[in-house]
Design a protein. Structure first.
Length: 347
């Protein structure tokens, strides 16, 4: 849990909740912050004594400082992980969700929950994901990729790019880092003059930035657990989009499970979610997000796949599991069982 991405707070909240849930099922669990090492029970209580998820993500300077300390911590922790039956990954974003930690665990022969290093990297990269969605008949919004020059107001190449992007995609458009989650660094651009600053903002969080056509409509999500599609959920945020505050601050969004859509629409979006899951070669569990357009027929557009979705009090996968009659501890243990079975160690 934890880590050094912009979603560090969310990961700590997820990890602490999963830790407690697995313990209630009789498991022996050690909580490890990849940036600071193993957490004692006192450390856990101290974190839980305050709101773990802050209203805004950690600053980039703070994350960079912790990132410098992360490798030595993992080098110290790695030998002890070999004694574990399973490593439950509650990391979000950055090196925790992009396949880096997964590759390290693969090299050490240590089993872990969720997708492998290649699939994790593919899903984290929104540009590559979209190419694979298109190849596998999963509709996604049109997009273009920005260069650093695209954000420079006085750069000729940047001005031309921004003009072409608006002509191609129209307004409003979404600008977001290509390899981040939790809508960190994301902007909705409604005026041409705001595109340059939005691109510059997104580049603070990533070395690649995506500009995507805005799909007016409803926000839907489908959890995949093993080979099963969980009940479809709808997110109704208080803000225009389902942003960081709406995701992690109580009362900032209404989530409905199951979503109030027809049986045919439910079946269609669940099948698209399974198709996206297979296209990225995911395993274990994931959450696939969609927009259902307001155009006639309500077409579904896949936004992204989350290989290590949030497990906080307000997160969506636990709500979907609850709608399927599964408690949170049961969900956590089932994720572990799926990972064990995939490695021939189930029992």
């Amino acid at each position: 849990m934890g880590g050094t991405s912009a979603e560090r707070d969310v990961s700590l909240a997820s990890g602490l909740r999963v830790t407690e849930a697995l313990r209630t099922r009789g498991n022996d669990v050690t909580a490890i912050d990849t940036a600071r090492g193993p957490l004692s029970r006192e450390d856990e209580r101290a974190l839980l004594a305050r709101p773990v998820v802050q209203p805004t993500p950690p600053s980039q300077s703070e994350l960079q400082r912790m990132a410098r300390e992360a490798l030595p911590q993992m080098q110290r922790v790695l030998p002890s992980l070999r004694e574990a039956d399973m490593v439950f990954l509650g990391l979000h974003g950055g090196a925790g969700e992009d396949g880096t930690i997964q590759a390290l665990l693969d090299l050490a022969g240590i089993p872990y929950t969720g997708s492998g290093h290649l699939a994790s990297a593919l899903a984290m990269d929104k540009d590559l994901s979209k190419h694979l969605f298109v190849r596998n008949d999963v509709r996604t919004a049109e997009w273009v990729m920005a260069t650093p020059e695209s954000a420079e107001e006085k750069h000729t190449t940047g001005k031309r790019f921004r003009k072409d992007a608006i002509e191609t995609l129209g307004l409003p458009i979404i600008v977001k880092p290509s390899k981040q989650g939790s809508t960190v660094g994301l902007s909705v651009v409604k005026k041409a003059k705001d595109l340059g600053p939005a691109i510059a903002e997104a580049f603070q969080f990533d070395d690649e930035v995506m500009i995507e056509r805005f799909i007016a409509g409803r926000e839907l999500t489908v959890g995949i657990l093993g080979d099963e599609a969980l009940p479809v959920g709808e997110i109704i945020p208080k803000h225009e989009i389902y942003d960081y505050e709406c995701k992690y601050q109580a009362g900032m969004a209404v989530e409905e499970f199951p979503a109030k859509i027809s049986a045919t629409q439910t079946s269609n979006v669940q099948e698209l979610a399974r198709r996206a899951f297979r296209a990225l070669k995911l395993r274990g569990y994931a959450r696939i997000d969609f927009r259902m357009s307001t155009e006639r027929g309500g077409k579904f557009y896949c936004l992204e796949a989350n290989t290590l979705p949030g497990m906080t009090q307000t997160s969506l996968i636990p709500q979907a599991a609850a709608a399927a009659g599964m408690t949170f501890p049961e969900l956590c243990e089932r994720i572990v069982r799926i990972a064990l079975d995939a490695r021939g160690k189930g029992g």
